[in-house]
Design a protein around this ligand. Structure first.
Ligand code: EPU
Length: 788
């Protein structure tokens, strides 16, 4: 066996970049394959939580080594490895690695990492992840799966096919694969070792496999490679170092060009020249079927349960390889039919008749196009995509290609770049990609810099029949998972409100408040009758889901973080019904107070005219005993029907109710359904005159601009509007929030104001009233929700 230093000559071709990698590995005086696979040692892994590193840790543990590892984060992976015997440290401390005989480090680890520094000083052997993997592989018959896209899926399919074929392969793939049980496994019974080769840092040239499968070759990882030529050189070296056969995708022009001249090359693809050829390809939802032809001979039909044409290519590579290893086609086909996706590879996160949520790791334009094509072929109504670009260098290098990659998406929401271990490049942001997609002519693109806002945007545009796809190699999938979790609740709420009711996710409350500020409602729910409202109350109680009831939002200031839980808006149906009975007007909680006044006018009922001046609904007017023109709601209300916290209905008469100035405490914990207003018979001219007086009062003394009505309750000593006026605070502004010049107790939104600006202005007014007049102003407007 050759010493490792000879094998690992890759640094000569592709030196790690200064500052971003840990520097060249030492020349080792040890026989690494023997050290790792035939002896037992203490080994420490720096950056053990990474998807590749955790696989090495699993292999080393299975090989009988005492393995320790460090990382700045702990993950479910490190937890699982700890149960297998890993000694894990959530910090990179030299003393934790000092007993180790060998250090293995991830390419994400920088050269000044304290463990690496101290190991170097101590003259301890240090190797890169890929060197360790290549050395472990040398003790078996290695099979390397290489290429820019589809490696994880294809290496997992290969390992599974070989396993089903009875070959007991060992394997190493870059992600958790449910069907394989674990991302890396050492099987001492078998001869073969299937590994996903990582081309990102040139280390695939470390491998000396028996067979290589080349999926595709194109421009990628331009943070590391100068150009396509440099990438091809590394692939060419891998091919030269392959002792047995090289399987290659003949439909990929770069792969074909590189491999064609190799004497032991075996091609696969769709064209007639391919050694292994797929014909009669039928793509279907989540899969495909095709027949396989080997140099003119029909081998049989294959069925895949992973979607898209790109997976037909991947599977064809596996069929070619496994067939050449002597596995019968029937066995290969059976294993492929069983194969399920790797984590984050077209992974279905939520599936219901109304919505389908899929996550994919795709982060290169070619992958994005293939994944979107597969998503489109499923035939749902629309494809909505959330995309998180990965790495500044890739974003910069491939910006034009990204701009053209989203044609199969109906809507795209792009967020900012997930930098991985890269430092930001000035001017390179997610906005740049969004701009490129727009420039390419896509009509449905939007940029949201904050990650959770992507979920809000997509969740809010959801319509029954949509497919949502999260794309990216960073942490965008967490947003899709959160969306899936909320959809479970949203669908239950929808079931309660029925066909005519409405449920929306992340509805911006700025659309539902007269002030036009406020973040989203986690669940916006519109019941149409008392029965469904009662069911909602019971559901929220059982599920521990906060419930907030909202009318017209005319006396509401919702903070920028929105409202968690269900925001119930009783409207339409029974809630907007108005009935006349003698001098009584019965109105649903969702009816506008203004309409009560006009219904009274139509029926010749006077005394209700002042209600014309209150912008809210019956429910809102009751909740705060709203007032105008010297009157208040309960001057007219004679009965209230409401639901209690258990969803039980009650009707109470005025004399049974406790009512205060701008406060009706019963509705703090109960929910209004309807109210009966009593007026008195009056001549039409008198009603018209009073309505007119109310309109005139509003027109002349109140601003027409967007507001929440009066902000403060009137203190005993002086009306709040007069006080603010006297303090000279009219037109005082914080951002786009401004005290109205028309009326001092109104704050108006000059366009795009935030709740934070509104609240700051309120505080400034209160502080001035306190300091200058000793008056403690109390807000009348209800302030709710989370800070943004
Ligand atoms: N005033 C000023 N400067 C101002 C505003 C008012 O000097 O900038 C003086 C007025 O000239 C008047 C006194 O302050 O002498 C009271 O003002 P106004 O008549 O406008 O009544 P208000 O008490 O400010 C109340 C309700 C309003 C309702 C009006 C009209 C409260 C807190 N406000 O306002 O209700 O529309 O009467 O009936 O009770 C609301 O609650 O959201 C609301 C707008």
């Amino acid at each position: 066996m050759k010493p490792v230093s000879e094998d690992c000559s890759v640094t000569a071709q592709a030196p790690p970049q200064t500052g971003s990698a840990a520097g060249s590995a030492r020349t080792l005086p040890l026989d690494l394959p023997a050290f790792l696979t035939r002896e037992q040692h203490r080994i420490h892994l720096v950056g053990v939580a990474g998807s590749g590193m955790s696989g090495i840790a699993a292999l080393l543990i299975e090989l009988g080594h005492a393995v320790s590892g460090s990382d700045k984060v702990s993950t479910t992976e490190t937890g699982r490895l700890q149960r297998l015997g890993l000694r894990f440290h959530e910090q990179h401390r030299p003393e934790h690695a000092s007993p180790a005989d060998l250090i293995v480090f991830s390419s994400a680890i920088k050269s000044d990492n304290p463990i690496l520094v101290s190991a170097r000083d101590a003259g301890k052997p240090i190797v890169r992840r890929a060197e360790a993997l290549a050395a472990i592989m040398r003790s078996k018959r290695g099979i390397v799966i290489a290429g820019m896209h589809g490696k994880t899926t294809t290496s997992a399919m290969t390992a599974h096919a070989l396993r089903e074929g009875g070959l007991h392969p060992s394997h190493y793939v870059g992600a958790e694969i449910p069907i394989l049980g674990i991302n890396a496994h050492w099987d001492s019974r078998g001869e073969y070792f299937v590994a996903e080769g990582d081309e990102s840092d040139g280390t695939i040239a470390l491998f000396h496999p028996e067979h290589t499968l080349v999926l595709n070759v194109e421009e990628e990882h331009l943070d590391f490679y100068a150009d396509l030529d440099a990438i091809e050189k590394v692939f060419a070296q891998l091919i030269t170092q392959t002792a047995g056969k090289v399987f290659y995708n003949v439909d990929d022009k770069n792969a074909a060009r590189l491999c064609r001249s190799f004497t032991r090359g075996i091609s696969y693809g769709f064209g007639e020249t391919a050694d292994y050829r797929a014909v009669d390809i039928r793509l279907k939802d989540f899969g495909s079927t095709f027949r396989v032809n080997h140099r003119g001979q029909d081998l049989g039909e294959a069925e895949l349960n992973v979607p898209g044409q790109h997976n037909v290519h991947n599977a064809l590579g596996v069929i070619a390889l496994a067939s050449e290893l002597g596995i019968a086609f029937e066995k290969i086909a059976k294993s492929l039919a069983q194969f399920e996706h790797a984590r984050r590879r077209f992974e279905i996160k939520y599936d219901s008749p109304r919505f389908l949520l899929v996550d994919d790791y795709g982060h290169h334009p070619t992958e994005i196009r293939a994944t979107l094509k597969a998503a489109r072929s499923i035939g749902r109504k629309r494809v909505l995509t959330m995309f998180q670009p990965h790495r500044y260098s890739r974003t910069k290098a491939l910006r034009k290609e990204f701009g053209r990659a989203f044609d199969d998406a109906d809507r795209v929401v792009v967020t900012d770049i997930y930098g991985s271990n890269e430092a930001p490049i000035p001017g390179v942001t997610g906005q740049m990609i969004a701009d490129e997609i727009v420039a390419h002519g896509h009509p449905g693109v939007r940029y949201e810099s904050r990650l959770e806002w992507v979920r809000r945007a997509i969740g809010n545009m959801l319509e029954s029949g949509d497919l949502v796809l999260s794309l990216g190699a960073g942490n965008i999938h967490e947003q899709l998972s959160a969306l899936a979790a909320d959809l479970v609740t949203a669908e239950k709420l929808k079931e309660i409100v029925g066909e005519d009711g409405e449920v929306c996710l992340y509805e911006p409350l700025s659309k539902h408040t007269t002030l036009r500020v406020g973040g989203p409602a986690q669940f916006w729910v519109e019941p149409r009758n008392e029965k469904t409202f009662a069911k909602l109350i019971r559901f929220c109680r059982e599920e521990n889901l906060p419930l907030f009831v909202m009318g017209r939002g005319s006396n509401l200031l919702v903070r920028d973080g929105g409202i968690r839980g269900a925001v119930v808006h009783p409207c339409g149906g029974d809630f907007e019904k108005i009935e006349i009975n003698g001098v009584e007007v019965t109105a649903g909680a969702g009816a506008k107070l203004k309409e009560v006044a006009y219904a009274g006018k139509a029926a010749g009922i006077g005394g209700l005219e002042w209600l014309e001046g209150i912008p809210g609904t019956v429910g809102g007017g009751l909740r705060m005993n709203a007032g105008a023109m010297g009157m208040q709601t309960f001057d007219n209300v004679v009965r209230v029907r409401y639901l209690d916290a258990n969803g039980e209905a009650h009707t109470k008469t005025r004399d049974e109710l406790e009512v205060y100035y701008r406060n009706f405490p019963l509705l703090a914990k109960n929910f209004a359904v309807s109210a009966v207003f009593r007026g008195e018979p009056a001549p039409l001219e008198e009603i018209v005159r009073k309505l007119h007086a109310s309109q005139e009062k509003r027109r002349t003394s109140q601003p027409a601009a967007k507001s929440a009505g009066c902000i403060f309750k009137n203190p005993d000593t002086c009306p709040a509007g007069k006080l603010v006026d006297e303090l000279g605070l009219k037109n005082l502004a914080v951002g786009k929030a401004r005290v109205s010049e028309v009326h001092g107790n109104f704050i108006v939104n000059d366009g795009g104001a935030t709740a934070a600006e509104m609240l700051q202005l309120i505080e400034e007014i209160k502080a001035t009233a306190r300091a200058k007049r000793g008056i403690e102003l109390e807000t009348e407007v209800q302030i709710v929700g989370e800070t943004g």
